[in-house]
Each structure stands twice: as structure tokens, then as C-alpha cells.
Design a protein around this ligand. Structure first.
Ligand SMILES: [Zn+2]
Ligand SMILES: [Zn+2]
Length: 132
């Protein structure tokens, strides 16, 4: 069981499955949305994901026509993203996980826009764009 929260604590969730795929995403959108050099995201089965509190305090922003980024309205914590053409999958922001096991990253995507000011020593497969 995975549990997570936003920074202010009003949004809480649980995920009743394992995290089995972790991506380091270097895309420009994740950098701006997260305020970090890269994001760590995992695909999760939307049907096994449940809000425990604060669902009505979430705001969605469509950063692309078919992709929304969902964050806490009060503290701004990015919670997940979701594509309108893939509603059964959410991409959970792993920094919001407060309980449960997170495996090592499996791969890095959008390496073409990797921040040059931070040197990461991650020996995982690299993809210039998204993983096919
Ligand atoms: Zn919050
Ligand atoms: Zn990204």
C-alpha cells in the first residue's frame, strides 16, 4: 500500500498496488511545473488510486491539449498528471509519497532537455524524447 499527501496535508491519497515503473523526466514542462531540475513520476492504475481527503481542493491545468497536471490549490504540490486519451493511467509524482516502497528509477526520458547545471550519476537507460 502506498500513501501520499500534498505539502499542506489537506490532500491525501492511497494507492492499493505496487509502484513498478519509475521514470526520471527531464522535459521542460515537468521542470516548470515542479520547480526542479527533473521530475520523478510513475504510471499508476487509476482504478486502484483513491483520494482519502482533499479531492475538492485540487486544481487541474492542461499543459497540453490532452494532458492535465493536477495540484493542490492551497500549497501547489503537484500530485499527478493524466492524459485524456489514457484515462485509466495516472502519472503519480513520487515526491508526494509518504508511505510505501518506491523502487529505483527504470529510465530517463526527454534527456534532450536535461538541465545542464546538475550532473546526475544515474546509470539508467536514456531516451532523447519520450519512451516509445
Ligand atoms: Zn496542499
Ligand atoms: Zn516531463
Amino acid at each position: 500500500m502506498i500513501k501520499g499527501s500534498c505539502l499542506c496535508g489537506c490532500v491525501k491519497y492511497e494507492y492499493s498496488a505496487e509502484i513498478d515503473e519509475v521514470a526520471v523526466c527531464h522535459c521542460d514542462q515537468c521542470k516548470l511545473a515542479q520547480g526542479t531540475a527533473f521530475a520523478t513520476n510513475a504510471p499508476a492504475d487509476a482504478s486502484k488510486f483513491k483520494w482519502l481527503a482533499g479531492e475538492d481542493n485540487l486544481t487541474s491545468y492542461f499543459s497540453s491539449e490532452n494532458k492535465k497536471r493536477v495540484f493542490c490549490t492551497t500549497c501547489g504540490s503537484p500530485m499527478y498528471s493524466q492524459r485524456t486519451d489514457l484515462p485509466e493511467t495516472i502519472r503519480l509524482r513520487l515526491g508526494t509519497i509518504t508511505e510505501g516502497k518506491i523502487p529505483e528509477p527504470n529510465y530517463q526520458i526527454f534527456c534532450k532537455s536535461e538541465s545542464q547545471w546538475l550532473v546526475l550519476d544515474i546509470e539508467k537507460p536514456r531516451y532523447e524524447d519520450n519512451k516509445a
